[in-house]
Design a protein around this ligand. Structure first.
Ligand code: HEM
Length: 128
């Protein structure tokens, strides 16, 4: 059984995406990165994010995770904040601790691809 099935499949993924969207755009630390990103793109981001997180696919449209985030100057602090939202959401949805650990491990392993080369690991960086 895949992790996707193990955590409850499509209903759980859909619920996670909906809540993650609300929390990311309501979080003053994370919202600036999604400023000017249209809803369609944001939802695509979230679907792809979750699919990648659950090991359902690597990338869909030829862009690697590193390419997709190149130039966005995403900080380690922002990355950790997003991961924390994800952890809370999947725990609240009743994903078993083993499943939570696997998901966070997979997403966490993308850290160096997502954060920018210029990140000091401490502060936040504006998008522009
Ligand atoms: C933690 C693991 C993450 C994964 C697996 C992930 C995954 C993705 C994927 C698959 C895309 C779409 C790529 C494409 O359209 O070709 C994307 C785009 C994007 N991501 Fe992430 N992401 C992560 C973290 C973050 C973080 C921490 C931020 C900001 C704080 C962020 C901001 C964005 C933005 C703004 C875009 C849209 C870029 C654009 O369309 O110009 N991502 N991400």
């Amino acid at each position: 059984m895949s992790i996707f099935d193990a955590i409850g499949g499509t209903p759980v993924v859909s619920a996670t995406v909906a809540v993650l969207y609300d929390r990311v755009t309501a979080d003053p630390l994370l919202a600036p990165w999604f400023d000017g990103i249209d809803l369609r793109k944001l939802k695509a981001h979230q679907r792809e994010f979750l699919t990648v997180a659950l090991g359902g696919a690597d990338e869909f449209n030829g862009r690697t995770i590193a390419q997709a985030h190149d130039g966005l100057a995403i900080t380690g602090v922002a990355f950790d904040a997003l991961l924390e939202h994800l952890r809370e959401i999947i725990e609240d949805l009743g994903v078993e601790p083993e499943g939570v650990a696997v998901i966070l491990d997979r997403v966490g392993s993308l850290r160096s691809d997502v954060i920018g080369d210029t990140d000091t690991g401490t502060g936040t960086a504006p998008r522009e």
